[in-house]
Design a protein around this ligand. Structure first.
Ligand SMILES: NC(=O)C1=CN([C@@H]2O[C@H](COP(=O)(O)OP(=O)(O)OC[C@H]3O[C@@H](n4cnc5c(N)ncnc54)[C@H](OP(=O)(O)O)[C@@H]3O)[C@@H](O)[C@H]2O)C=CC1
Ligand SMILES: O=C(O)CCC(=O)C(=O)O
Length: 422
């Protein structure tokens, strides 16, 4: 199912549960600002001397997507994705998800997302730098400390944020708070790199506790071993969770006795992927989501759990570390099977939460130590989980609708307080 159709369907169900005014409902789905399919040629020009002269780079960008919680005057926040499958509908869906996510996390931001359709694995470091700098030249007037703050997502990382910061500063003066997820040496926050994975750990602990379980003793399967998947794997295994299978784009590894995660991290850095790791058996990456386990953590692409495979899933819990890994048709099938899903806008909100901490530190000009970042993150994740549970009780719904009603209600209430006219 198209990502935007799926996300909007969840939004509409939440609006119905909340009894939202139909005009307000419509208005909340309209992006505040949308920029897409800018000049494809301009971006491809920068790759002319590259090793891959035929590669077509198309980019789409959507910033400041539809939300009204904080209106235009405070920043929209969200990751910039570099991936071959980036398309406008997906970026729009991701921006919409950011909107409800920032509201669930209770941070004073709107949602945004940007994307460039390219394969970062096929680009040299200098091509990536040029791509990022040209991209920043196009958007420098639209981003800003108090307007729109980019952060890392799939295919981007602290280095990408450093280039954006540097290029932006040429136009507007040095402003570290214009991006989050940047290197600590340039004013990034301690703990941001691990934050999304750590948030996944805290959210998983909170959910398992509801069922009288803990991380220790549970068997986990993780799809994706990038920033989010690898940190989630490390932190979960430190807590005694057994990671029995992991995949990335290069392949998949299975070991029913538990994969040695620090060794896999080392292997993956040295070999650019999990393929060839000797601490387990190679399996077909296509089967990763249906491997036998207690907890499944999709931490890569969206739309991977759908009506074609939902029935085959054997996990009892799904923690959505990725954005929109499961569509509404899969939700329905999984719910009938009794599978409990912790939705993305809660489960992976640790990233944007620590991005907010980073922005606050930059504005204050005062750096927090790592225990403070991690303790605050735990507090935000726990509050988010408890607030979602309350909504589940009020609206007699599952965790997905609990999270959506929480996020949408906060945005709608703020919009009405500002004086929205029907
Ligand atoms: N970074 C963040 O702070 C946040 C990220 N997210 C979400 O988490 C997810 C992962 O993001 P992040 O970890 O940052 O991205 P990364 O680019 O760091 O890592 C992505 C991982 O997914 C793997 N991958 C890509 N395609 C596939 C596939 N078809 N099958 C299996 N694995 C695949 C990549 O493999 P390879 O490296 O081999 O290409 C890589 O291991 C995304 O959905 C993102 O939106 C959500 C909140 C915050
Ligand atoms: O840190 C951020 O603001 C971005 C996080 C993000 O892109 C996401 O939550 O999907």
């Amino acid at each position: 199912m198209n990502a935007l159709v799926a996300t909007s369907r969840n939004f509409k169900r939440a609006a119905q549960l909340l009894g939202l005014d139909s005009k307000l409902e419509k208005s909340l789905l309209i992006p505040f600002r949308e920029i897409k399919e800018k000049n494809k040629e301009e971006i491809s020009v920068i790759l002319l001397n590259a090793q891959y002269p035929k590669m077509m780079v198309v980019w789409h960008l959507l910033l400041g997507s539809g939300f009204s919680m904080t209106m235009q005057e405070v920043p929209h926040e969200g990751g910039i994705r570099y991936h071959p499958e980036v398309d406008p509908d997906e970026v729009n869906a991701l921006a919409q998800l950011m909107t409800w996510k920032t509201a669930v996390a209770n941070v004073p931001y709107g949602g945004a997302k940007g994307g460039i359709g390219c394969d970062p694995g096929e680009l040299s470091i200098s091509e990536l730098e040029r791509l990022t700098r040209v991209f920043t030249q196009k958007i420098h007037d639209l981003i800003g400390v108090h307007t729109d703050v980019p952060a890392p997502d799939m295919g981007t990382n602290p280095q990408t944020m450093a280039w954006i910061l540097d290029e932006y500063s040429k136009f507007h003066g040095y402003s570290p708070a214009v991006v989050t997820g940047k290197p600590v040496d340039l004013g990034g926050s301690l703990g941001r790199d691990a934050a999304t994975g750590r948030g996944v750990l805290f959210a998983t602990e909170a959910l398992l506790q509801e069922y009288g379980k803990s991380i220790s003793g549970q068997r986990f399967v993780i799809q994706g071993f990038g920033n989010v998947g690898s940190w989630a794997a490390q932190l979960i295994s430190e807590k005694g969770g057994k990671i029995v299978a992991i995949s990335d784009v290069t392949g998949a590894i299975k070991n029913s006795n538990g994969i040695d995660i620090p060794s896999l991290v080392k292997h993956s850095k040295e070999n650019r992927g999990v393929k060839g790791f000797h601490g387990g058996d190679a399996i077909d990456p296509a089967s990763i989501l249906v491997e036998d386990c207690d907890v499944l953590i999709p931490a890569a692409l969206g739309g991977v759990i759908n009506r074609d495979n939902a029935n085959e899933i054997r996990a009892k819990f799904i923690i959505e570390a990725a954005n929109h890994p499961a569509d509404p048709e899969a939700d329905e099938i999984l719910s009938k099977k009794g599978v409990v899903i912790l939705p993305d806008i809660l489960a992976n909100s640790g990233g944007v939460t620590v991005s907010y901490f980073e922005w606050v530190q930059n504005i204050q000009g005062f750096m927090w130590d790592e225990p403070k970042v991690n303790n605050e993150l735990r507090r935000y994740m726990t509050n988010g989980f408890n607030d979602v549970k309350e909504m589940c009780k009020t609206h007699e719904c599952d965790l997905r609708m609990g999270a959506f009603t929480l996020g949408v209600n906060r945005v709608a209430r703020a919009t009405m307080l500002r004086g929205w006219e029907a």
